[in-house]
Design a protein around this ligand. Structure first.
Ligand SMILES: O=P(O)(O)OC[C@H]1O[C@H](O[C@H]2O[C@H](CO)[C@@H](O)[C@H](O)[C@H]2O)[C@H](O)[C@@H](O)[C@@H]1O
Length: 250
């Protein structure tokens, strides 16, 4: 089945959940994480979908929840889940032991990252991300290797490599577990999930028959479908919104 046909079929299901990653899907990848703004047409399409009967929208991102809300501008129209699936918008507090481990990571990472021009730390409630997109390539790779072998190997630390970033989480994170929770909470009969990075594979892995998984951009994936870039992903959301409206009305 083509993606177009899959979207047409999905638009007619009883209760639909449209879930998507943020960076690399709704927002093109840029050098400064604080300036990764979404494509306006994507936000429009998701807002429209969110107003339709029996239709829920969710952003499932590696971002801290507060940053996800600020950058996407989405509030009541969408369920927001940050920090790779652990930070739901109805609250999350990390255990004291994990908070201590996070403080230890920050203390150790500061000097390592500070020694590499262009490298940067991003703090989240349950993780710390080491970014090297703006560092010299060789120095960046060496830094990530040193972080993986050092702070990243401490017991209780879960390391995940992404696009020019290594994320060190102090709790177990899984977009797959989070997608299962969202499916349950929304009572969805079918789910569309779109993602571009390694952590999105955990979400593709929990998709069921009748769901639609869409990988955005290159790279190995378990998703059944692929589009080239965020612009194509946004066009897909717009098409789904149009077709869903025809089925469920307003
Ligand atoms: O799960 P996502 O919504 O895709 O978030 C994954 C990480 O995205 C951000 O980093 C990535 O995008 C930046 C902006 O385009 C880019 O500069 C960086 O190289 C990428 O790794 C974000 O900063 C991280 O916190 C997210 O975990």
């Amino acid at each position: 089945m083509t993606l177009r046909n899959a979207i047409a079929r999905l638009s007619g299901v009883g209760t639909l959940l449209v879930a998507t990653d943020y960076d690399g899907v709704l927002a093109p990848i840029v050098n400064d994480p604080a300036k990764a703004f979404p494509l306006p047409a994507g936000i429009d399409a998701l807002q429209e979908l969110g107003t339709l009967p029996r239709t829920s929208v969710a952003l499932l991102s590696g971002r801290a929840l507060v940053d996800l809300a600020r950058l996407s501008g989405l509030g009541g129209e969408a369920l927001l889940v940050g920090t790779h699936g652990v930070e739901f918008d109805d609250g999350f507090a990390i255990p004291a032991e994990a908070a201590e481990l996070r403080a230890r990571l920050l203390a150790e990472l500061g000097p390592l990252v500070g020694a590499v021009p262009g490298a940067a730390l991003e703090e989240k409630i349950a993780s710390v991300a080491v970014h090297v997109r703006n560092a010299d390539e060789d120095a960046g790779e060496k830094l990530l290797a040193a972080v993986a072998a050092g702070p990243g190997s401490h017991p209780g630390v879960h390391s995940t490599a992404g696009k020019k970033v290594l994320e060190l989480a102090v709790v177990e994170t899984s977009k797959g577990t989070a997608l299962d929770v969202l499916r349950e909470r929304t009572g969805a009969d079918a789910v569309l999930f779109a993602g571009d990075d390694v952590t999105d594979e955990k979400a593709f892995a929990v998709l069921r028959p009748g769901d639609v998984g869409v990988k955005v951009g290159p790279g190995e994936t378990a998703a059944e479908y692929r589009v080239d870039d965020p612009e194509a992903a946004v066009a897909m959301f717009a098409l789904l919104s149009e077709e869903r409206r025809l089925h469920v009305g307003t």
